[in-house]
Design a protein around this ligand. Structure first.
Ligand SMILES: CC(C)(COP(=O)(O)OP(=O)(O)OC[C@H]1O[C@@H](n2cnc3c(N)ncnc32)[C@H](O)[C@@H]1OP(=O)(O)O)[C@@H](O)C(=O)NCCC(=O)NCCS
Length: 248
């Protein structure tokens, strides 16, 4: 579900200005700048993205380097091809899931693409990407699990993952969920049969969605507040600098 006004874009570098950084360091002293850190054992909030998030999705995918784009799309997608992919996303038919950092930058996203063939209506394909600064913390795994639950609740019976055989993390994720992996030279295909939805699986997903929305609202509020304080700090700095200049 989309929410109006939730597209406050992070800066291109994903970093706050100088004043913002000072304030963030006060608040998040332990955290390395530019690195997304999830507390060990905790889960990320996963939200559904909509058409208003196209810019954010493009920014995420454009931040992937050539090798990552090769792993994600099966070829080294140019910036133009990435834009073409993003423009062509069908939010009515497919589901796009995302994980944001505290600056509301999209650090990980998954695309659950449903079959367009009526005879294969119960099939879907999973694709995912995590920014390099956020890898190895289970985000890929969590997006996969969330996509599985979602696909199951949508009546999907078989999920497919197309990955290069060299893509150890992706194949690990698929195997861990019980997928059958068939290797065909440089490429591998993973198939996973999903059980039918139950009341539990549907309620579980509903609760997850509500929690993720509440978490995102809090982060947005916090970001707006820190931006506001950063603005105040800039003004104070300007006033102080002005005083120095005018003093004899
Ligand atoms: C594949 C990708 C999404 C994995 O994301 P991630 O958040 O780093 O993955 P996770 O942290 O959830 O790790 C999943 C598993 O892979 C393992 N893993 C992570 N990085 C690894 C690496 N470089 N080499 C070997 N194993 C690795 C993890 O240990 C974990 O296994 P475990 O549960 O047995 O410990 C990420 O590497 C990526 O975006 N790659 C580029 C795009 C891509 O390949 N997409 C997939 C094709 S659609």
């Amino acid at each position: 579900m989309e929410h109006p006004g939730d597209e406050s874009e992070p800066s291109v570098s994903g970093k706050a200005g100088k004043a913002g950084n000072d304030l963030e360091q006060l608040q998040f002293g332990q955290q390395q700048s530019g690195r997304f850190s999830l507390l060990p054992g905790s889960s990320a909030s996963i939200r559904e993205l909509g058409p208003r998030h196209r810019k954010r999705i493009a920014r995420h995918l454009l931040a992937l380097d050539g090798h990552d784009r090769y792993l994600r799309f099966g070829y080294i997608a140019s910036d133009e091809q990435v834009h073409h992919y993003v423009d062509g996303l069908n939010f009515e038919r497919d589901d796009i899931l995302g994980i944001h950092d505290r600056r509301l930058q999209l650090v990980a996203m998954a695309h659950l693409a449903y079959s367009v063939d009526r005879n294969l209506a119960a099939c879907a394909e999973f694709g995912v990407s995590v920014l390099s600064a956020a890898r190895g913390q289970g985000l890929g795994q969590q997006l996969f699990e969330r996509a599985l639950r979602h696909a199951r609740n949508q009546g999907v019976e078989q999920l497919f993952i197309h990955a290069l055989s060299e893509n150890t993390p992706m194949l690990k994720i698929a195997r861990k969920a019980g997928a059958r992996v068939e290797r065909d030279g440089a490429e591998s295909r993973a198939y996973l049969r999903l059980p039918p939805a139950t009341l539990d699986s549907q309620l579980g997903e509903l609760i997850e969605e509500k929690l993720a929305e509440a978490d995102y609202r809090l982060r947005r509020q916090a970001k707006q507040f820190w931006d506001f304080l950063a603005g105040l700090q800039e003004v104070r700095r300007g006033v102080r600098a002005g005083r120095h200049k005018s003093s004899p």
